[in-house]
Design a protein. Structure first.
Length: 287
């Protein structure tokens, strides 16, 4: 029986949703305020390839809603408009969409907060600035959908995808930013390493003549899981506030599931995996 695959509504050869469709959905989100909830009618946003690719389980609409919320929050931080100071605009946009101090307020009060931040009256913000913000966000989401390379594509192209990391001057010149980027990169390296080990293990599953290899790959999976859990512990210790406020791009469960793990870990098992990984890192031979 052929394996069933989930294909996004807009597959790589098709065009992403139109800009006017994204503008329409963004207005719905703007009126309700973040976070995005399952009750919102936003079909174009949920159909973005970048949303499907970021969802922990693309078949689950709730996972796509979560992915859309994370994607939009990330794009809010990148927005820029001509003749506007970027950091000031970022605060105003956060107020407008209901993050930061404006969370839970209705749109009228969020507009007041945003207008105050930019030094405009509310009417000018609503008529002149707000439409530009929404249109810019729609364009950014459109670009992300065009550039994002789905993980299911057989042969990835040479050019960078929408989420392909680059090294900027700020990553190097800012020590705290550099520490964050290093740890984040090591986490993602372990996610893909875990995925590779899981695939290698499954290839040999059930083959009588491959039991020795199966044991080796199973041990590699356990070690990799322990290393990943330790890195995630380090991240939580240093940057836990970002996770708690939904600003990080991941959580532990989502990352482990993304790698392909479908089992459950008890607290005791997780502690043992962490301990084994720490021992290996400190030069001790495996038990």
């Amino acid at each position: 029986m052929a394996e069933r695959r989930t294909i996004p509504p807009h597959v790589p050869t098709d065009k992403p949703p139109r800009l006017d469709e994204l503008v329409r959905d963004l207005k719905v989100v703007l009126k309700a305020g973040l976070p995005i909830t399952p009750s919102l009618a936003i079909p174009a946003l949920l159909a973005l390839r970048g949303v499907w690719a970021r969802a922990v389980d693309p078949e689950d609409e709730l996972a796509r809603v979560d992915a859309a919320d994370r994607l939009l929050r990330a794009q809010l931080k990148k927005i820029s408009l001509p003749r506007m100071e970027r950091s000031q605009l970022a605060v105003a946009v956060a107020n407008l969409f209901g993050t930061a101090g404006s969370r839970g307020k209705d749109l009228t009060h969020r507009r007041i907060d945003a207008a105050h931040e930019l030094g405009y009256d509310v009417d000018h913000l609503r008529k002149r600035i707000e439409p530009k913000i929404v249109e810019q966000l729609a364009w950014q989401l459109h670009q992300d959908s065009l550039q994002y390379v789905p993980r299911a594509r057989k042969y990835p192209p040479a050019e960078a995808s929408g989420d392909t990391p680059t090294i900027t001057d700020e990553d190097i010149s800012d020590p705290e930013r550099a520490r964050h980027e290093i740890l984040l990169s090591r986490i993602w390296a372990e996610v893909y390493g875990l995925r590779a080990d899981l695939i290698a293990r499954e290839v040999h599953q059930g083959k009588a003549d491959k039991q020795a290899v199966l044991r080796e790959t199973s041990e590699a999976v356990e070690l990799r899981m322990g290393v990943l859990l330790n890195y995630l512990d380090d991240y939580l210790t240093r940057y836990g506030d970002r996770i708690l406020h939904g600003e990080a791009e991941f959580n532990a469960e989502a990352l482990i599931r993304l790698a392909g793990w479908r089992g459950e870990l008890s607290e005791q098992q997780a502690r043992e995996l962490r301990w084994k990984a720490r021992r290996r890192a400190n030069g001790f031979a495996p038990d």
